[in-house]
Write a protein that binds this ligand. Structure first.
Ligand code: GLC
Ligand code: MG
Length: 519
């Protein structure tokens, strides 16, 4: 039988901004349970929910203070069980976010480690004596700016934090730490979780000789301070092979085997390593190529071919247009082009992940300075690094609070051009309805899930490719420009980005138009 995640579509929920059930302005687990209809109507197979563990929320849940609990802000363990059961009853899998690279400085492990150099858990974190001048041991820079080292006054040693100083890095070279983290994974698998999205993997095993990272020759300021250095000694280190394969072995203790999706930013060559030897690593190392690319047909056609060619034998591909860290697709490519992007995502070979709100055409919002929440924006203001713009609450309907909250939303609510969900659900041809059509077509056409992929052409701003399975051939033609384009197509229309169905192949694609044809 085909693994569910090969034919399935994943939907990312950022729980603070999905649905607030208790009026505190912050989304929660009950809220998600209340809105499962949206996901069923959309036609997705699984949700990945960003962290809802106990957390001081310095990085909005990516600073975990208990790997086996639930933050009261999001609900109780009973709320989790209710959500899990309600999702499963509707055929939806639950993927949790797992953050193994660092914990909160308030986690009992770090608190114990702080008690002194001889503390049993001291080595669960990464420590170094100061440099000769008393400063940080090397030049490593935190992803959120500033040194990646903070001095522990009491011991005179520095601890490493690839992210905020409140997110001390865990030492994956320590075997006891590994056992403790794997036990936390088992805790959730034992509690019926279908898999994990594993956070920030490429940073997990920095080189312990602490050599300086070399400068990045291609750096420009808008990339943020951390990118001014290459990740030569901090990212994609050899130890990660082992770690990823060990994690997979934990997932493989369960039937059906649990899914591991790795958050890995890197080149295709780096990415492929995370499938592991003979595919014993992550089933899906996230492919962020469509998040990082310039939006034009020639470039995108090229990167699809490159990715397909580099996939190891038998490895399953995957594609993503957005997440809670990166600019919205409707902003990067433009609101009209967001429909073309959705058609692309739903027709490429491999598992798609939809970021919440992209199905509504949400744009990166403008956040007034007084409303800023993201620590990255606070550390490096005004350069467009902050992630609040892509984390604003889902507008469910018109009116105050937009059906998201009865209270004051934690970030301002921003409504997409085509309106809130309830409005779009009544408008044939809305971007929400287009998503429903595309997901339904994907479910109905094995060519779109199991089929082969072949680029037909990528020129003049139009990308054309085929998906074929057992004699059924579908052709996808995407005009990635804002101008009409003549095309040479045959067959009958299954769906256009306007939502129109049926008819003969068009001789011209309108500006920002895509079409799926049965040849
Ligand atoms: C990942 C998360 C991001 C978080 C960081 C640190 O990149 O997606 O939101 O800030 O890891 O955990
Ligand atoms: Mg709430």
């Amino acid at each position: 039988m085909t693994d569910w995640w090969k034919t399935g579509v994943v939907y990312q929920i950022y729980p603070r901004s999905f649905m607030d059930s208790d009026g505190d302005g912050i989304g929660d687990l009950k809220g998600i349970a209340d809105r499962l209809d949206h996901l069923v109507d959309l036609g997705v197979d699984a949700v990945w929910i960003s962290p809802f563990y106990p957390s001081p929320m310095k990085d909005f849940g990516y600073d975990v203070s208990d790997y086996c609990g639930i933050d009261p802000m999001f609900g109780t363990f009973a709320d989790f069980e209710t959500l899990r059961d309600a999702a499963h009853a509707r055929g939806l899998k639950i993927l949790m976010d797992f953050v193994p690279g660092h914990c909160s400085d308030q986690h009992p492990w770090f608190q114990e480690a702080l008690s002194g150099p001889d503390a049993p858990k001291r080595d669960w974190f990464v420590w170094s004596d100061p440099a000769a001048d008393g400063g940080p041991p090397n030049n490593w820079i935190s992803e959120f700016a500033g040194p990646a080292w903070t001095l522990d006054q009491a011991s005179g040693q520095y601890y490493l934090h690839i992210f905020l100083r409140e997110q001390p890095s865990l030492n994956w070279y320590n075997p006891d730490l590994r056992v403790a983290v794997y036990d936390a994974m088992r805790f959730w698998f034992d509690n019926g979780v279908d898999g994990f999205r594993v956070d920030a993997v490429e940073n997990m095993g920095p080189d312990m000789s602490f050599r300086d990272n070399p400068p990045n020759p291609d750096w420009v300021e808008k990339m943020g301070p951390a990118r001014s250095l290459l990740g030569t000694y901090t990212k994609h280190q050899p130890v990660l092979r082992d770690i990823v394969e060990e994690m997979r072995r934990v997932a493989a203790e369960y039937t059906p085997e649990r899914l591991l999706v790795g958050e890995v930013y890197g080149s295709f060559d780096e990415l492929m390593g995370y499938y592991g030897k003979d595919l014993t690593g992550f089933q899906l190392p996230f492919n962020f190529a469509l998040i990082e690319t310039d939006w034009d047909a020639e470039t995108i056609g090229g990167l699809i071919d490159d990715y397909e060619a580099k996939l190891p034998e038998g490895a399953w591909p995957n594609w993503v247009l957005g997440n809670h860290d990166r600019a919205r697709i409707a902003t990067r490519a433009g609101p009209a082009q967001a429909r073309v992007a959705a058609m692309l995502l739903m027709t490429l070979r491999g598992t798609p992940t939809i970021y919440q709100g992209d199905e509504l055409g949400m744009e990166s919002a403008t956040i007034p300075p007084e409303a800023v929440q993201d620590p990255w924006e606070i550390n490096v203001p005004g350069q467009g690094l902050g992630r609040d713009p892509v984390r604003t609450p889902i507008p469910w309907r018109t009116g105050t609070g937009a059906g998201f909250t009865t209270g004051h939303p934690w970030l301002p609510i921003s409504v997409p051009p085509e309106g809130p969900a309830a409005v779009q659900a009544e408008v044939p041809g809305s971007i929400l309805m287009l998503h429903r059509q595309l997901l339904a077509l994907r479910r109905a056409e094995p060519a779109l899930t199991l089929g082969d992929y072949a680029t037909v052409s990528a020129r003049d701003g139009v990308l054309i490719y085929d998906r074929s399975h057992e004699g059924r051939q579908l052709r996808v033609a995407l005009n990635m420009t804002g101008k009409p384009r003549k095309v040479d197509l045959t067959g009958t229309v299954l769906v256009r980005t306007s939502g129109a169905v049926g008819g003969a192949a068009p001789a011209e694609l309108a500006a920002d138009e895509g079409v799926i044809l049965a040849v």
